[in-house]
Design a protein around this ligand. Structure first.
Ligand SMILES: Nc1ncnc2c1ncn2[C@@H]1O[C@H](COP(=O)(O)OP(=O)(O)OP(=O)(O)O)[C@@H](O)[C@H]1O
Ligand SMILES: [Mg+2]
Length: 270
């Protein structure tokens, strides 16, 4: 059965698009036919992070409006056989997507894909609502700081009350917690919430912790999802997260303060 997975957060700039690209790519790497859909109308970030921005001819809004069919709008990843992107529109009209239009496109995608990964825009308003409304599962992306956790908590309230599953009284959306931009040193110094703090406040199952990492910016500048950088800490942490989403047990990595080597202690580190 095809699954619709929304990557959502409430607060902006926490790492949703980075996560959508990484998780979507990770699922495709493991043999699942996957499409990543950009719901961020007006911004179009996903195609940059996936490195397919020059290939966008038709987008999500064109399909909703009947100006193109899905085959015309789906962009096939140049690295992976079973990975596709549906880009967001650059139109300034934030109302270009409607619930009926989104439903039509998602239901059609469900017929041919194993996973439909929806990259939500920031906030809890219309765009974020459209991205989560039809979801079967939600990855709630949270940074270990109070404002991000608070907004994620509001999003959890919406997932359990304003989604289609909630409105129909069906089995609730399965919620997964993903902590991103985690910096163990800052936690030890009391500048960031700990993993346990975040888990306690949100009380949903933790599926991964992605460290703050320079590899993320480097990868996005190159248009490569960071999960394909399998030497990087963030790439490996995303791989572990995908494994856990698929039901495997994996210990958390990159969550403890690294003991500094002699030279680093002597000269300091970045
Ligand atoms: N683990 C990480 N380490 C370092 N930087 C990160 C990490 N994750 C994300 N970033 C950076 O944070 C910024 C925001 O990331 P991203 O665009 O994925 O967030 P977003 O939640 O999609 O934002 P928006 O709400 O605007 O859509 C980017 O510059 C990205 O490179
Ligand atoms: Mg984004």
């Amino acid at each position: 059965m095809a699954k619709i997975l929304v990557v959502t957060s409430g607060k902006g700039g926490v790492g949703k698009t980075t996560t959508s690209a990484a998780i979507g790519t990770g699922l495709a790497l493991r043999g699942h036919k996957t499409v990543i859909v950009d719901f961020d109308v007006g911004l179009r970030n996903l195609d940059l992070i996936m490195g397919c921005e020059r290939r966008v001819v038709y987008d999500f809004v064109n399909v909703v409006n009947g100006e193109a069919n899905l085959q015309q709008a789906l962009i096939k990843d140049k690295r992976l056989e079973n990975l596709f992107v549906l880009a967001a529109s650059q139109t300034r009209d934030k109302d270009a997507l409607t619930l009926e239009g989104v439903e039509k496109v998602l239901m059609e995608l469900k017929e041919t894909f194993d996973y439909v990964v929806c990259d939500s825009p920031a906030g809890i308003e219309k765009g974020a609502h459209l991205a989560m409304y039809f979801a079967d599962e939600a990855i709630v992306v949270t940074n270990p700081e109070v404002s991000s956790v608070r907004d994620s908590d509001r999003m959890l309230g919406l997932l359990s009350s304003k989604s289609r599953r909630a409105e129909r009284g069906e089995e609730p959306i399965k919620e997964h917690l993903l902590i991103t931009r985690y910096n163990p040193e800052r936690v030890v110094n009391g500048e960031m919430l700990s993993i346990a703090d975040v888990e306690e406040i949100l009380a949903i199952k933790l599926k991964g912790v992605i460290p703050e990492s320079q590899a993320v910016l480097k990868a996005s500048n190159q248009g490569v999802p960071v999960i394909l950088d399998d030497q990087s800490d963030a790439g490996q942490a995303y791989s572990d997260t995908v494994e856990r989403l698929l039901g495997k047990e994996k210990e958390l990595r990159f969550v403890d303060v690294q003991k500094k080597g002699f030279f680093e202690r002597l000269f300091g580190s970045k």
